[in-house]
Design a protein around this ligand. Structure first.
Ligand code: SAH
Ligand code: SF4
Length: 337
């Protein structure tokens, strides 16, 4: 298999000087995926590039559109494995949710990707390539996609180097030139990884999937919780905030009769004392065989109100793409029935 050019950082590109700039522009500004179309490069140079590299991380893309406008892109990688990205064209901004792995080893009980198990890590080019491929399918310039969340398949902090190299490829002015205020990495809550992330020069936003404020409930939902207790995660969050000064989002999937009790809202508020934070309540997105149900609207509202009355900034994330199996935690390669 030819090496994937997208795996390279701009400084490692095989051309120098203005030729390198031209090549980078074709790839990241114009979203071109074949060397032959790069008309301002000499033919011999294009041929040489084509013999040494490919720009295509995917051999096939299937689309599943949701009634709400979001589109799931199911990619087949060059080794035949599959994974997904979700494109969400909101009125005022275009957002993409990308994957960092095929499947996921973390095995969270309410997550369909967790049920799949681990396939493999994606390379930086396979991660950033999702943006380029979605832009091509949607017929928009790659740089029109300004908001990005690492919330697809996989746990980014368990594929740390590749995820951060991909983030570099998103943020560099020579590539996609995204704003680090609009790139959010969501983690299942790995204290060591969060501390490491705090020291990265690539300073993206952090979202932590907490889902329960008490150890017992959290461990029953999230296997990695056993090695990362809530106190350690909150301490790591403080460390991240001290260095970066950034507000941290805590994700909380609302699971009926499991983590939606008001005493849990009280404990959550207590846990977050002293942190600049924001709680994002996500009604659980159902999938067949999960064994979980979403909280009732009444319970969701009561939980929300309690947090708010305790001075916590809180919002509800109405997931997009549910009917396309494209919402949080539904990414498991199945087409909707
Ligand atoms: N692995 C990372 C990022 C991908 S999951 C993480 O766990 O944070 C993105 C978000 O969707 C996480 O907050 C995850 O807990 C949540 N999620 C998983 N399954 C879900 C489901 N069925 N309904 C709602 N949210 C879910
Ligand atoms: Fe992996 Fe995140 Fe799903 Fe847990 S919620 S299994 S960490 S993708």
């Amino acid at each position: 298999m030819k090496p994937l050019l997208l795996d390279l950082q701009p400084q490692d590109y095989p051309l120098g000087g203005y030729r390198r700039t031209q090549l980078l522009e074709w790839v990241y500004t114009w979203g071109v995926s074949d060397f032959d179309s790069m008309s301002n490069l000499p033919k011999a140079m294009r041929e040489e590039l084509d013999q040494s590299y490919t720009l295509e991380p995917f051999i096939n893309t299937e689309l599943v559109s949701s009634r709400d406008g979001s589109v799931k892109h199911l990619f087949t990688l060059r080794d035949g494995q599959k994974m997904e990205a979700v494109y969400m064209p909101y009125e005022d901004r275009k957002t993409i949710c990308i994957s960092t792995m095929v499947g996921c080893p973390a095995g969270c009980k309410f997550c369909a990707t967790g049920r799949l198990g681990f396939g493999r890590n994606l390379t930086p080019g396979e991660i950033v390539g999702q943006i380029l491929a979605v832009a091509r399918v949607q017929k928009i310039p790659p740089k029109d996609i300004r908001n990005l969340v690492f919330m697809g398949m996989g746990e980014p902090l368990l594929n740390y180097e590749h995820s951060f190299n991909a983030a570099r490829l998103m943020l560099s002015p020579e590539t996609l030139d995204m704003s680090n205020r609009r790139v959010t990495l969501s983690t299942v809550g790995l204290a060591k990884g969060i501390r490491k992330m705090a020291l990265e020069e690539v300073n993206v936003k952090l979202a932590i999937s907490l889902h329960a404020p008490d150890e017992e409930t959290r461990r029953s939902l999230i296997p990695t919780a056993a090695a990362n207790n809530i106190e350690e995660i909150i301490e790591a969050a403080h460390a991240y905030q001290e260095v970066t000064g950034r507000r941290i989002t805590f994700e909380y999937s609302m699971l009926k009769n499991i983590n939606d009790h008001l005493w849990q809202a009280d404990l959550l508020a207590k846990r977050l004392e002293g942190l600049i934070s924001h709680v994002n309540l996500i009604p659980m997105n159902p999938w067949e065989g999960s064994g979980f149900e979403e909280s009732t609207e009444v319970q969701l509202q009561a939980f929300y109100d309690r947090l708010e009355s305790l001075g916590i900034a809180v919002s509800v994330r109405r997931s997009r793409g549910r009917d396309a199996g494209a919402a949080c935690g539904q990414l498991a390669l199945k087409q909707p029935a």
